[in-house]
Design a protein around this ligand. Structure first.
Ligand SMILES: [Zn+2]
Length: 335
């Protein structure tokens, strides 16, 4: 996949060999990307997410050296699943182990001896979608990233809404069934217990047999398997239910679907659309929000983290691109 991030390429005075690194730290795996000074995606690296903040920082530092050997990167941005404050503290990350309360960005900054941009991974993805992806020109949008859990981000006037502490945009933990399934966040009935990739795994096992998982269902559905299509139909209801709640709250022009599920969006776009027709209120059919797949799929969060790192690097230099460099306030550079 060749994806350019032109905004990075426009940095005045930056060497063509400059490398920007971005990470997407998810519940199951870490995506790392390197982009060059011309904005071109150079390398991607994928590793399993380790348990514990210290192991995570060590793993990320190793991936930085792998992605950008000497002289190293110009900037590093980290997007991570979980609720992350603007001052860089992970308040809770239900799908990662041993990171609650950690300051992963600051610890990685110390390990690499350079500033690190650190934010929620779907906030990063939304920045990339606004800058170079599906949400270019969108004033009011919602991003929903479906992977191990469900992450989200709200786009307001072309910027990412952070909230008072930086914790806005976590629709995976809005409750869609009171007293429902127990969630790792400690409550019951959260949306991601019904509409995440993990939830699809569980549903597949329940409906089609204990060993069947989500990827088996999507593969079988591509061959027209009736049982698999029924599972996706049931799953689509839960996905549409949460999306309709977000639409009631924010009245978006567009809902961008990211995360691993976006790779199979062609399979479920229609059943989700049909259920949204039943669930959406207050909108005439012709004014419904567009539901679009992320242009970079699973890579959008890592690319957005690289973009965030580049913007903060640029702002710190106080160079020609200071204006608009961090249009949404971004995350504070962690030093
Ligand atoms: Zn929850």
């Amino acid at each position: 996949m060749t994806i350019s991030t032109p905004e990075i390429a426009d940095v005045a005075g930056e060497a063509a060999s400059a490398v920007h690194i971005g990470f997407d730290v998810g519940g199951t795996k870490i995506f790392g990307v390197a982009t060059d000074g011309a904005g071109k995606l150079l390398h991607t690296v994928r590793k399993p997410t380790p348990a514990g903040a210290q192991h995570l920082v060590t793993t990320l530092a190793g991936m930085v050296r792998q992605l950008a050997p000497q002289p190293g990167p110009v900037s590093v941005g980290v997007g991570m699943a979980g609720l992350i404050t603007t001052d860089g503290r992970v308040t809770i990350s239900p799908n990662l182990t041993g990171v609650d309360g950690a300051t992963v960005g600051a610890d990685l900054s110390a390990a690499l001896d350079m500033p690190i941009s650190f934010d929620n991974e779907v906030n990063c993805a939304a920045r990339w979608e606004l800058a170079d992806g599906a949400a270019q020109g969108i004033d009011h949008g919602v991003m929903v990233a479906v992977g191990t859990g469900i992450g989200g981000a709200f786009m307001l006037r072309g910027e990412v809404l952070r909230g008072s502490l930086g914790l806005a945009g976590e629709p995976g933990h809005m409750i869609v069934e009171a007293g429902g399934r127990a969630c790792p966040c400690g409550r019951r009935g959260c949306w991601e217990m019904y509409a995440s990739g993990s939830a699809l795994d569980r549903l597949a096992g329940e409906r089609l047999g204990g060993e069947v998982r989500g990827p088996d269902v999507t593969a079988a559905a591509r061959h027209g398997d009736v049982g698999a299509l029924e599972v996706l139909g049931e799953y689509s209801y839960w996905l549409a239910l949460g999306i309709s709640n977000l639409c009631v709250l924010t009245d978006p022009e567009m809902v961008v679907i990211g995360g691993g599920l976006s790779e199979d969006w062609d399979l479920i776009a229609q059943p989700v659309d049909e259920r949204l027709t039943q669930l959406l209120i207050g909108r005439a059919a012709e004014s419904r929000p567009a539901v679009a797949r992320s242009k970079a799929g699973e890579l959008s969060a890592a690319l957005g983290a690289a973009l965030g790192g580049a913007r903060e690097h640029r702002a710190a230099l106080g160079g020609a691109h200071t204006e608009g460099a961090v249009p949404d306030g971004g995350s504070e550079p962690v030093t």
